[in-house]
Design a protein around this ligand. Sequence first.
Ligand SMILES: [Zn+2]
Ligand SMILES: [Zn+2]
Length: 338
Amino acid sequence: MKAAVFRGIGEIEVTDVPVPEPGPGEVLIKVACCGICGSDLEAFQTGMYEPGLIIGHEFAGTIGEVGPGVTGWRVGDRVVVGDLIPCGQCRACRTGNLTACENIYMIGVTHDGGMAEYVKAPAVGLHRLPEGVSMRQGALVEPLTVALHGVRRSRLKPGDRAVVMGAGPIGLLTLQCVRLAGARSVIVTEVDPTRAALASRLGATVVLNPLEDNLSVSLSELTDGLGPDVIFICTGAPEPFAEAISLVRKGGQIFLLGLPVQPVEADFFSVVMGELSIEGSLAGWAEFPAAIDLIAQGRVDVEALVSHEVPLDEGVAEWFRRLSAPGSGAVKVLVRIE
Ligand SMILES: [Zn+2]
Ligand SMILES: [Zn+2]
């Protein structure tokens, strides 16, 4: 089968590999489409994954084979898979802290992923896609769970004023989740004009350009001089974090959803003086059913994020290079497999 294999920093190769065989408790999934994620791009740039790994954790497909001992699933079922699958046995799992699992199984990160014709997955991580949700939409369930998990864990309350820094895929989904959570305003900051326009279309109250607008002045004006209640940082760039400390209201929260790979220098004096809270969140697990329903009900628009669809061939490697450079003009690139 064809698969996109991570070879090392700056190297992705679409090549022929054996079809995986589902073991006990596993299923084989015939993949329909798979998104390229910001964390895949970080791995491409920094080598965060093991060479030889098949990438891809944002995918949807149909079950092609059911392994021994799997019940409740059949060949042909339309599914998505949680990308962060807890073992259910370790100390962390048994105290309910599933994302701290000591034997965590992450498809496309610790185990071969779905940017391939087939992928095997533990059945415990499967979620059914209803008929009304397309495979394209299905490939965006996982990023939606990331945003949903973050907004749920944050201190955001109905009637709050929020800021979302960065209107990439996670930022645009966080924006929509913040609106669902009842914020009175959501101010988005973004430099890329395509992404900024999309943020407006998806319900941002105002979109500011940090290169042109004075964020401190604009945010103060937009929040009666108080500052926003919660700032969601949805970019891996180091500047927004340091900046957010001076922008959030006293007693407010800075919530990290982007992956800052570089250490960040920041003014922690102001964190103490302002009694700020800083928190991060990794990925969803419990949020899959809610994410699927929100898409099915049309309450979150995931289709709007798909800027490009490309076939699984050597073009994929080229897209990793394009997306790694600023100003690609792309938002979410989906790799189409069938
Ligand atoms: Zn991802
Ligand atoms: Zn565990």
